[in-house]
Design a protein around this ligand. Sequence first.
Ligand code: 5U1
Length: 678
Amino acid sequence: MTVPARARQRAADLREQINQHNYRYYVLDDPVISDAEYDRLLRELQELESKYPALITADSPTQRVGAQPLSSFAEVKHKVPMLSLSNAFDENEVIAFDRRIRERAELGVVEYVAEPKMDGLAVSLSYEHGVLVRGATRGDGTTGEDVTQNIKTIRSIPLRLLGNRHPRSIEVRGEVFMTHTGFLALNERQRNAGLKEFVNPRNAAAGSLRQLDPKLTAERPLQMFCYAAGEVENARMPETQHELLRQLRAWGLAASPLAALVKGVDQCLAYYRDLVESRKSLSYPIDGVVYKVNSLRLQRTLGAVSRAPRWALAHKFPAEEETTIVNAIEVQVGRTGAITPVARLEPVFVGGVTVSNATLHNRAEIERLDVKIGDTVVVRRAGDVIPEIVKVVKSRRPRTAKRFRFPDRCPVCRSEIVYEGGEGIIARCSGGLYCSAQRKEMLKHFASRRAMDIDGLGDKIIDQLVEAGMVEDAGDLYALTAAQLASLDRLAEKSARNLINALERSKWTTLSRFLFALGISQVGETTARQLAHHYGSLRAVMDATEDELQSLTDIGPIVAANIHMFFRQPHNEQVIDKLRQRGVVWPETKQSKQDPSSLPLSGKTMVLTGTLSAMTRDEAKTKLQRLGAKVTGSVSRKTDYVIVGADPGSKASKAEQLGIEMLDEAQFIQLLAEHRVK
Ligand code: 5U1
């Protein structure tokens, strides 16, 4: 059938539009149409192509799925070997790497590109005259597998490069990975279908790319970030790694938006430390930072040793999972009386710290894990999260392994333990404030940095104060004298005086800190901040009805009931009165019930970097939040402003690169002054 010229033109237009939308979505992270509109364009193209099959081209966006299942993957010999990276596990190894390069290159300071090390699998893409002709896994670095059919199903990989002056052929390298949410959703589907779940996003990405049926791969949420070029024919290529990334993006290939130019080893390490902090907020898994010499000419001069280049280094994050032995299982009493079983472990270095305890959450969790005393277990610690037991290594269970029996009396005050929650999984000590463990925990929370911030009032001192009967509730803290404190074990006179000063300083606080410090069940910092913003005064919060409380976003019926109940307890009112009489104060506003969306910075996303001279970062964050801003840990296209203090990290260069407005400390203070924030 002859194809009408109009249909041919429309198919070409649709392809061009779809490719552009892919680019905006995957490379710029800035889509301009909805998913439904995108699907409509794709469907229109599919319909045209099925009416006029002569219109189908190999690089048409409709050709991502549809190939027949294979019986095995063909081998692919990489024209240029796919190297691996040398690893560094601490800062000294990075310093040594930089020193070696400076010595070899005879340079005082070397420019690098730093970027996150994606936790996925390395692949190579071959384009000829701008059209994707092959996708291959790294394999052993020399020979990989031909996974072209599967690669084509990944939407962030263009089937045809954007623009028109492409190399005759080019091989692009990068990492295929799966986002955390994609991984969770995939495992949920696997579970519901009675199939085996994946251990982590990396295994899920690797398993998905090695499916013989591309229809299965197409259902998996895979993405790719590109970071290097292999063999290139007939093209002038950029001279630096940074420009190479820019060129790859211009061709429609996604590269990490966090890649940044850094000068010298100090900036490399600052980038690493920043990423350790912001890692939690990333939607995909990373396991370190890669530093690469920026000049491609210098990269060639430095060359490679065995199978790793001299010009690149992977600075790995500390391992997050390790195995160890459960020496005992004990229970802990929390500030609301909740009894939590805790595994006492043979100390093990994991996630950058030595871990000797892991929470077991509740009775149901012990049963789910089937953990016994004496078991070898896998422990996980990610970021600041409390260490957890992931699984028991059953093959290493000794004959002597002992079952743990949940107690029926509180181990501290001997009161009866009551069981609540669905199927009675939450155990609670019924002793209330009679239980010294609950009192201690309540005081530890009250004094903590994000609550009243009483510097120097640590756990050991609180334990002694409660055990000696010197403190019963938070109000008693403010009646302590230096002489009383100096009578405690291991508290010198000077420290006692410092502690009295810290108590004095903590009296001047904010309403949201005070509300958080009260330790109302399930009222965290965010809820406390919302209450303070909305009501403006403690009285207004105390008088709020449950229905009113529930009108705040994030406050549901249970939290509303907890807040309401807390202020109806005569004991709590007495403690609050005592605290106020002893000088605890906070500014109250008349702006009660202010609509948060009317605040001057509402809807704005801000990032802080570097050191401010007038305040700490936490203080700056609180002030911005009071103006309605959302303060995040990393710079992205969604960031509106970056506040830059002294010695800023890579966030400042990233902001500059993205053209995001930056405020120095003076401008920031001016902004606060304009809005009367002290
Ligand atoms: N981000 C990034 N990951 N990664 C892995 N860059 C990078 N470079 C690599 C590897 C294996 O190899 C270079 C030698 C190109």
